[in-house]
Design a protein around this ligand. Structure first.
Ligand SMILES: NC(=O)c1ccc[n+]([C@@H]2O[C@H](COP(=O)([O-])OP(=O)(O)OC[C@H]3O[C@@H](n4cnc5c(N)ncnc54)[C@H](OP(=O)(O)O)[C@@H]3O)[C@@H](O)[C@H]2O)c1
Length: 241
């Protein structure tokens, strides 16, 4: 039987890489990173589709290619690519603000738009937007990053309602977001030990998240076993809030 196609953005490392490893035996993967050289390993049989999402032109071309090359067989999208530049807002250069807005929010919006067009034709499909605990809690020195992540959860809830409004009563289009807490990846590697220690005391599970904590949940959430989970945000953070 033909495998269903799943797009994972930001799949070169961290959460995206772990998700791609988890899904590779069940799904045919379309893997994205900012450039092909970012990949050190690729699951056999996967398709690569790269673009720097901070560049609106590359993003537009990415969406066009996604529809052209995989439009008929796309089953799910995991909007995972993300970037953060942590500093006080009054010292944040505009180019960093633009990069966070473009990569973390504009790209998922445009990819959701492309996916919704495709899913609308077949009345089925799943979108998972990777948000963050800070989208709800806020976090000093991550004002813009947190704003982009809050944007993703609002986008998710709205799109789930829109899918119902635009499609037949028995449509099977789901839109979800997942908000990881503190997960050990390159993105968090630069956080000073003293701050990490402070976070650790705030996590009831008494450990930081592992990439597989998130990938296991994604595997479940895109499957039919999660067919009644829709339009909501799933926190995966060991109890931190
Ligand atoms: N780690 C955490 O604690 C944590 C917590 C909450 C939420 N999250 C979210 O989870 C997602 C994955 O985070 P991670 O920790 O796995 O990050 P990571 O290890 O830094 O990986 C980031 C991924 O995003 C891609 N990316 C970065 N800038 C890009 C750009 N300009 N254009 C296109 N792709 C770009 C990277 O591709 P290249 O390799 O080509 O740069 C890479 O594949 C992000 O959305 C992040 O905000 C992470």
């Amino acid at each position: 039987m033909e495998k269903k196609k799943v797009l994972i953005t930001g799949a070169s490392k961290g959460l995206g890489l772990a998700i791609s490893k988890k899904l590779s035996s069940t799904y045919e993967l379309i893997l994205h990173a900012s450039k092909e050289e970012s990949f050190t390993s690729v699951e056999p049989g996967s398709h690569l589709l790269c673009a720097d999402f901070s560049d609106p032109e590359q993003l537009a071309n990415f969406c066009k290619q996604l529809k052209k090359q995989h439009g008929e067989t796309l089953y799910a999208v995991i909007n995972n690519a993300g970037v953060t530049y942590d500093k006080p807002l009054n010292f944040q250069p505009e180019r960093e603000i633009d990069a966070m807005l473009n990569v973390n929010l504009r790209a998922p919006i445009m990819i959701c738009k492309t996916a919704m067009k495709i899913f609308g034709l077949y009345g089925r499909g799943v979108i998972i937007n990777i948000s963050s605990v800070v989208g709800e809690s806020g976090n000093a020195f991550q004002s813009v990053y947190a704003a982009t992540k809050a944007g993703l959860t609002a986008l998710t809830r709205s799109l789930a309602q829109e899918a119902a409004a635009l499609n037949e009563s028995d449509h099977n289009i789901r839109v979800l977001s997942v908000s990881p807490g503190f997960v050990e990846t390159d993105m968090t590697a630069g956080i000073p030990d003293a701050i990490k220690e402070k976070y650790l005391h705030m996590i009831p599970a008494k450990r930081f998240g592992k990439v597989d904590d998130i990938a296991d949940a994604i595997e479940f959430l895109i499957s039919d076993k999660a067919s009644y989970i829709n339009g909501t945000n799933i926190h995966i953070n060991g109890g931190l809030l």
